[in-house]
Design a protein around this ligand. Structure first.
Ligand code: IMP
Ligand code: MG
Length: 178
């Protein structure tokens, strides 16, 4: 059995850009914040496109999520490299990730930001897979709700592949003929 990229995108590049323009407007209207915190590596393209639709005075930082255990899904033990240099005290924070899956990453990051003295912490994800949730966590802003599919492209990877694709595809199991 091997994994194969879907022939057609799940989300075309143009649809992603249109949705991001709407999200940027919603965020600026509903949650004026002091600092956007992107989660590397998956969110790098989403954050880059989102901030260019927002007020250019917005401040931006990144953390790198390192989860231990299975490489493609996160487990409860998530750590964030880069957070020690970030000043989140008394700030309104918006954390941004590519996809909300089990919920462990954003749940842990939100708690950490609160412990570090943030005034408020909200979250924004491009994709949401609610059927996979393991902890009760909902994003405040979301681009698209998807089914339980493995998405790649537009920053999302499988074993570090496919990140540079401009659209989002799915990976499907391909039964090889005997
Ligand atoms: P969570 O902690 O399970 O919510 O997982 C979030 C992280 O898992 C994301 O930031 C991605 O790195 C990874 N992930 C979860 N689902 C997918 C997917 O469908 N494609 C690519 N990465 C995924
Ligand atoms: Mg990620």
């Amino acid at each position: 059995m091997s994994l194969q990229l879907s022939e057609k995108p799940l989300l075309e590049a143009e649809a992603i850009q249109k949705r991001i323009a709407v999200l940027a407007t919603e965020i600026e209207k509903e949650y004026p914040c002091d600092l956007l915190v992107g989660v590397l590596t998956g969110a790098f393209i989403f954050v880059a496109d989102l901030v260019r639709q927002m007020n250019p005075d917005i401040k931006l930082a990144f953390v790198k999520a390192e989860s231990y255990g299975d490489s493609d899904t996160s487990c409860g033990d998530v750590r964030f490299a880069g957070i020690e240099k970030m000043n989140v005290k008394d700030k309104r924070i918006l954390v941004i990730d590519d996809i909300l899956d089990t919920g462990h990453t954003l749940n842990a990051l939100t708690k950490l930001m609160q412990d570090l003295g943030a005034i408020s912490v909200k979250s924004c994800v491009l994709l949401d897979k609610p059927s996979r949730r393991e902890v009760a966590f909902e994003a405040d802003f979301k681009g698209f709700v998807i089914e339980n599919l493995f998405a790649v492209g537009y920053g999302l990877d499988y074993a570090d592949n496919y990140r540079a694709l401009p659209a989002i595809y799915t990976l499907q199991e391909n039964e090889e003929p005997l």
